[in-house]
Design a protein around this ligand. Structure first.
Ligand code: HEC
Ligand code: HEC
Length: 293
């Protein structure tokens, strides 16, 4: 009996050592992955430089309604947008002229925002570039025009602090960083008129794919905390949550209030941004989500 117990004890100790070694290996591999250099061919060699009130106004609208302000702060000065008090802290950097983007040129904006790769080939992690891969040249340039005329802010460094197990998961490829999530072969969208059409709706919906899936089929949001509910199916067909949103007005109410038609609260969605979507964008989005293209 004693020998049996001793054997079991040894086995357990060996197992613990093995798991520990695996975890450490995953953590080291995560560091290695973070330090790799990612080469992407940037589709737009150079973005057009836009100036003037129209571009700035469009840029401001996009910055506020497409999620940038949610994470980078309404003044673009950078801020923490996740801090769960248990080792997970995410802060997006200062995007004003005095921030990390001080020396950015057109192609740097395209590489970071659309592909998740910072200058020098540094992979971004939490930045949801997969939602912005399809931004048109004109829209990306408008965002840049808006940021370039924002009052400068000081500080506002990016911070990525994750619990050990999350780093291990990243090391083993269970959680992917921005360039791993982006489909780098997708060209920027061709501009379509801003109007209540399914084509324009599809363009607006390209900011929903990171969470709702490339085909808006819904399901678990990859790489996010286990307590997040799965994203709803938005694509037309059986099980589409859009059955509960018969008209554009009901969708607008969801975006403005964060509440379902039955009054219950919807989790996770970036309502601070979505509340800013204008009527044309919401109506076009609704048309596209209900009927497809
Ligand atoms: C969910 C939060 C989130 C949203 C939404 C978001 N960002 Fe970011 N962004 C980040 C974080 C965090 C980083 C820091 C790097 C990382 O992810 O590893 C970052 C990095 C960047 C960088 C790269 C800076 C560098 O290191 O060179 C740029 C540029 C940028 N974001 C622009 C934007 C723009 C423009 C938008 C909207 C179209 C946007 N971001 C939306 C979180 C976000
Ligand atoms: C940061 C991730 C994220 C983004 C970005 C996001 N969603 Fe969601 N969405 C979710 C999650 C998660 C749920 C499920 C929430 C729940 O069940 O409480 C959800 C639920 C929904 C629902 C169903 C609400 C209901 O009645 O249950 C609709 C409609 C929706 N999203 C539309 C959109 C649209 C349209 C966009 C883009 C304009 C978008 N979402 C962007 C994560 C996201």
């Amino acid at each position: 009996m004693k020998r049996l117990l001793k054997g079991a004890g040894l086995l357990l100790a060996a197992l613990i050592v093995l798991v520990g070694a695996l975890a450490l290996g995953g953590r080291l591999w995560a560091m290695h992955k973070r330090e790799r250099v990612v080469n992407v061919a940037v589709a737009a060699a150079d973005l057009p430089t836009l100036e003037g009130a129209t571009a700035v106004q469009r840029g401001r609208y996009l910055f506020e309604s497409r999620g940038c302000a949610n994470c980078h702060g309404p003044d673009a000065g950078g801020r923490a947008f996740v801090n769960d008090g248990r080792g997970m802290e995410l802060a997006a950097p200062n995007l004003t002229r005095s921030g990390v983007v001080a020396r950015y040129e057109g192609r740097d904006w395209a590489r970071s925002v659309r592909h998740g790769v910072a200058p020098g080939g540094r992979p971004l992690l939490a930045m949801p570039s997969e939602d912005y891969t399809r931004l048109t040249d004109a829209d990306l340039a408008a965002i840049v025009a808006y940021l370039r005329q924002m009052p400068e802010r000081s500080g506002g460094e990016a911070r990525i602090r994750l619990p050990f197990v999350v780093w291990v998961a990243y090391g083993f490829g269970l959680m992917r960083d921005a360039p791993e999530r982006v489909d780098h072969g997708l060209p920027p969208a061709q501009p379509v008129a801003e109007a209540v059409t399914a084509e324009h709706g599809a363009y607006v919906a390209s900011m929903c794919v990171g969470c709702h899936g490339a085909g808006l089929e819904g399901g678990r949001v990859p790489g996010n905390p286990p307590h997040w509910p799965p994203a709803a199916r938005l694509a037309p067909g059986p099980g589409s949550v859009m059955a509960n949103y018969p008209d554009a007005d009901s969708l607008r109410k969801l975006f403005r209030t964060g509440l379902r038609p039955d009054g219950s609260r919807v989790a996770v969605m970036p309502f601070e941004s979505l509340a800013r979507l204008n009527d044309v964008d919401v109506q076009a989005l609704h048309l596209y989500l209900r009927h497809g293209r």
